[in-house]
Design a binder for this molecule. Structure first.
Ligand code: UDP
Ligand code: MG
Length: 318
């Protein structure tokens, strides 16, 4: 059997502290997979520098000079994690048989790669890395993350529970995935839409080895909202349902008003009137906001701007 060519796709943004530690760990893993006869000797590691402002790109260049198995591309500016992973995957799809995307901070257990490759050799085209437990997270992060998956599910988004962006994807899937042209990216919700045989591999997620997280609560909430509005129109249906409920309540309110008016006691009622106006005003603004989010996304989609722009590449050596 011909051994598959693997590309490990690693997004990096301002990671000068952690990259010199984790890069050799990735290479070691690649070599051990080669030695075990699971992957081809032509397999490589591709770093995507997401427009870092520190010396990350210089480190990547230096690595590629030291060992031909390290390669790097650089985005023309910072575009965010999802775009960086996309750039790496689409750049790799014609040069390998399988890709594994993983963060560069050592949080995801690289030893799960063996099992991922085994699952591919058994016929799976997508292998999701799933966190088996969240012991290293703070209570707050665990709670918000788990609520996020539940909300996603209730909104009809088919995503794998506790899976982030550590996954193996075959180039066959990537060829099809390349036809998903959307600008608003939420990769973990998009791959299940591509289909093909898939499975999950469980691993424990560690603390960051060095450096600090780029995902504060604000960015996490934005990603969650983005994921829902990119993959589901259920919020729009919910608005319609809400409108129906409020219309029904209003009808009861009108009946009540008429009865009170007919009974001749119409002067009191300032408080109830104010409450109703405030309530309806608030509901309308929320609904407008949700509709606005979709309109904004359509605005971004119709422009069809490039999803990534590569400004530099390391020299390729065979
Ligand atoms: N990252 C990126 N672009 C960004 C932010 C982050 O490429 O704008 C990369 C980062 O270098 C890391 C991965 O995305 O490899 C995940 O980021 P981080 O570890 O900060 O997020 P967390 O694990 O805390 O959610
Ligand atoms: Mg991390």
């Amino acid at each position: 059997m011909v051994k598959p060519v693997l590309r490990i796709v690693i997004p990096c943004y301002n990671e000068e502290q952690v990259l010199p530690i984790t890069a050799p760990m990735f290479l070691q893993k690649l070599l051990s997979l080669m030695d075990d006869g699971k992957i081809s000797r032509r397999s490589k590691i591709l770093f995507i520098d997401d427009g870092s402002k520190d010396s990350t790109w210089q480190i990547i260049q230096e690595l590629s000079r030291q060992d031909s198995r390290y390669m790097g591309i650089r985005q023309s500016r910072n575009r965010g994690h999802q775009n960086a992973v996309l750039a790496g995957l689409l750049e790799s799809k014609d040069h390998c048989d399988i890709t594994i995307s993983i963060d560069c901070d050592g949080q995801d257990d690289i030893n799960a790669m063996d099992e991922m490759v085994d699952a591919y050799l058994d016929g799976c085209e997508i292998v999701y890395g799933v966190r088996s437990k969240r012991d290293t997270d703070t209570f707050f992060k665990r709670f918000t993350a788990q609520s996020f998956y539940k909300v996603l599910k209730s909104m009809g988004v088919d995503s794998v529970y506790n899976h982030a962006d550590y996954r193996l994807v075959s180039s066959r899937v990537l060829q099809e995935f390349a036809n998903f042209k959307e600008v608003n990216l939420f990769l973990r919700g998009m791959f299940p839409l591509v289909g093909f045989k898939s499975t999950s591999v469980y691993y424990e997620r560690h603390e960051r080895i060095a450096g600090k997280s780029h995902y504060p609560l604000r960015k996490m909430l934005a990603l969650a909202f983005d994921g829902i509005t990119s993959l589901s129109v259920k919020p729009l249906h919910l608005i319609t349902t809400l409108g129906g409920i409020i219309a029904a309540l209003s009808f009861i309110g009108v009946l009540w008003t008429l009865i009170v008016a007919l009974c001749g006691s119409t002067v009191p009622g300032w408080a109830s009137m104010t409450c109703i106006i405030c309530f309806i005003g608030g509901v309308q603004l929320i609904c407008l906001g949700v509709i606005g989010a979709y309109v904004g996304k359509i605005f971004l989609e119709v422009k069809q701007r490039p999803r990534y722009i590569i400004s530099e590449r390391t020299e390729e050596r065979l």
